[in-house]
Design a protein around this ligand. Sequence first.
Ligand SMILES: Nc1ncnc2c1ncn2[C@@H]1O[C@H](COP(=O)(O)OP(=O)(O)OP(=O)(O)O)[C@@H](O)[C@H]1O
Ligand SMILES: Nc1ccn([C@H]2C[C@H](O)[C@@H](COP(=O)(O)O)O2)c(=O)n1
Length: 236
Amino acid sequence: MVTIAVDGPSGSGKSSVSRAVAARLGLAYLDTGAMYRAATLWCVRTDVALDDADAVADAVRAMPLTSGLDPAAPTVSLDGTDVAAAIRTTEVSSTVSKVATNLEVRAELKRRQRAIIDDEATGGFSGGRGIVAEGRDITTVVAPDADARVLLTASEEARLRRRSLEVHGAADAAAVAATRDQVLRRDRDDSTVSQFLQASDGVVTIDSSELDLDQTVAAVLAVVEQVVPEAPSARA
Ligand SMILES: Nc1ncnc2c1ncn2[C@@H]1O[C@H](COP(=O)(O)OP(=O)(O)OP(=O)(O)O)[C@@H](O)[C@H]1O
Ligand SMILES: Nc1ccn([C@H]2C[C@H](O)[C@@H](COP(=O)(O)O)O2)c(=O)n1
């Protein structure tokens, strides 16, 4: 069983890179940001005001969330309904930090994330091979005992350009400006409860500003090979 933890700010490439690393190593893949997004959507759909911290925490503790761990096709569903697209709307992206900065919500989602990671040690999707989990507090709070811990960073400019291209299909000044809230303001709010802007002790930093996706995946695989020599070999 190998556990790989990846944290980083918005647009640093955590999800794309972690998915690819999990696929190459035959591991499960857990997108913890999707869990916070699903929690936000659940509150909206059950008419819970996001400013009511106690009501939000109660709603999240009762949330019927399922996370599919196949890196080739990760899924997220609420009460059996696929919400993969619904959790990526601008409405969810711009309000998710309200839920993610609720400390009772964090405790509940940490408990669920830990249970998923532990399940992969004995079976689960990977059949006991292990998992790549990514988010904001995986290297520090959820899995500080992970075999490999990586902080994936990129310059503000690179992160804005990537998110702008992804959401607006362009990276001109107007498109980048429209992306600032979802990247910079969100990081500012989220970093009040998690440490993902600087690496903690023992966490390896990879700066992807000047790397393309394949090069970044290769850099993470190289770290894994170095610090976890017993990890499964990467598939082509
Ligand atoms: N090294 C890279 N070079 C160029 N583009 C990249 C790189 N890494 C990721 N991308 C692209 O940047 C966009 C954002 O990547 P991704 O969603 O993986 O980031 P993230 O860190 O998970 O962001 P968030 O936390 O906001 O969800 C995607 O379109 C992805 O294809
Ligand atoms: N471990 C985590 C994962 C995510 N979050 C918060 C921070 C983000 O605003 C939100 C959505 O994450 P994304 O899908 O953009 O990676 O969830 C967190 O606080 N801790």
